[in-house]
Each structure stands twice: as C-alpha cells, then as structure tokens.
Design a protein around this ligand. Sequence first.
Ligand code: AMP
Length: 233
Amino acid sequence: MNILFFGPNGSGKGTQGAILQKQYHIPHIESGVIFRENISKGTDLGKKAKGYIDRGELVPDDITIPMILNRLKQPDCARGWLLDGFPRNVNQARQLDQALKAADLNLDYVIEIVLERKMAKDRIMGRRLCVNDNNHPNNIFIEAIKPAIKDGKPVCRVCGGELKTRSDDQDETAIDKRHAIYYDTHNGTLAAVNYFKDKAKSEKGALRIIELDGRPGVKEVSDDLLKKLGIKK
Ligand code: AMP
C-alpha cells in the first residue's frame, strides 16, 4: 500500500497519519521529521537544512528529493509506505512520479485533508511534540488530544513523556511562509496535489483520491478517513 498524504501544517495530518500507519503497518515517512532528526544529530544534511527550516522555507530540491527517494528504497518500505510532507511542489511531484514509474511502483491513494488557512494557523500554535514518539499527538487547543497534566506540568497524553514545541511552530512569520507554500496552486503543494488529481483522472488507473474535511474533531476526521478507505462502515 503506497499512500501520499497531504494537508496544510495544522490540519491534523500527523494525527491521522499515525492512525493510517497502525492500520496498514507501513512506515510513516515524514520529510520534516527526517530533517529534524538530522539537525538534532548534527549531520551534514541537518546542517544544510537548518537555516531553511528555521525560516519556514523549503529545503532545496537537490537535497530533499534524493533524501526521500533513498528512504523509499529502504527494506522497511518493501510492503509500502505512507509519505507525508513530500512532495511539496510540482518538481518534487514530477520527480516522485517518474521514480515510482522507473521502480515499477504504483500509488494506491492520495489523501488530502482540506482546511482553510486561518484555522490551520491557530492549530499550529497549540501543537506540542512528544520527545519519545512523534506519533503521540498533543495539542493544547484541541480537546481530544490535550496533553495530560503531571505535577502541574503538561506531559504527553499517550506515554507521559516530556513535551516540546517546535521552534518553527511558534514563529508566525515562518508559519505564514509555510502556508504560502502549501496553498500555492501554481507551484506549491496544492499544485502537487492537483498534479496527482489530474493523473488519477487521465490514467483512470488504480490511483484513488480521498478528500477529508479537516474542520471537525480528530475522531470525526478519522472515521471519515477509515470509511473512505473501506475499513469502517
Ligand atoms: P514539516 O514537519 O512537514 O512541517 O516540515 C518542516 C520543514 O522541513 C519545512 O518547513 C521545510 O523547511 C522542510 N521540509 C519538509 N519537507 C520538505 C519538502 N518536501 N521539501 C522541502 N522542504 C521540506
């Protein structure tokens, strides 16, 4: 099962991605997470990427594209993958499409969480990251995934682990820049989404497109997702 997962920062994509990963037992590959891991380990890749990430800009394609295409060749991807945060522009979409063709791989689903920009921005500011597991979603503004409180301090609602904020989550200018890239239908991420929507229409093949309304709570969105995937009635 090969899935591309789209949604603006703040749409709950990480939360729904964790649900999908459990459902299909496939690796959840998040370009942003790979970059952050490299930054915290101080690798060359991390050093190259840090400035762009802190400014809310895209890391250049000549760094990002090979990084993701190599990741998809790792043995744990043999049974499929859930790709999240990539592609983010038309060039990345095209190159991914070509690489999949060359490897004789098909995309099964393109899933898009649709959420308007203002709501997405408010949600980002409340997001907290669990230091133990990136698939433990916490948000101080969303009731269903509010952190637990231990000794008067917010901790991860799943494992009780320490919570951190992402430096680029609290910076409004960086959020606005990231959203400008996402909502750009000419060359940004929505253009990449449209690339695959057009492909699904023109090829009439196995690729299915799923659109989800990102406005309701976590449970409603995941019920909608599982229904559209045919997993739940
Ligand atoms: P995310 O965790 O998906 O919000 O990504 C955090 C940051 O990593 C982004 O704001 C970009 O600077 C960088 N990044 C993640 N994915 C990509 C990508 N596909 N292309 C370029 N830069 C990316």
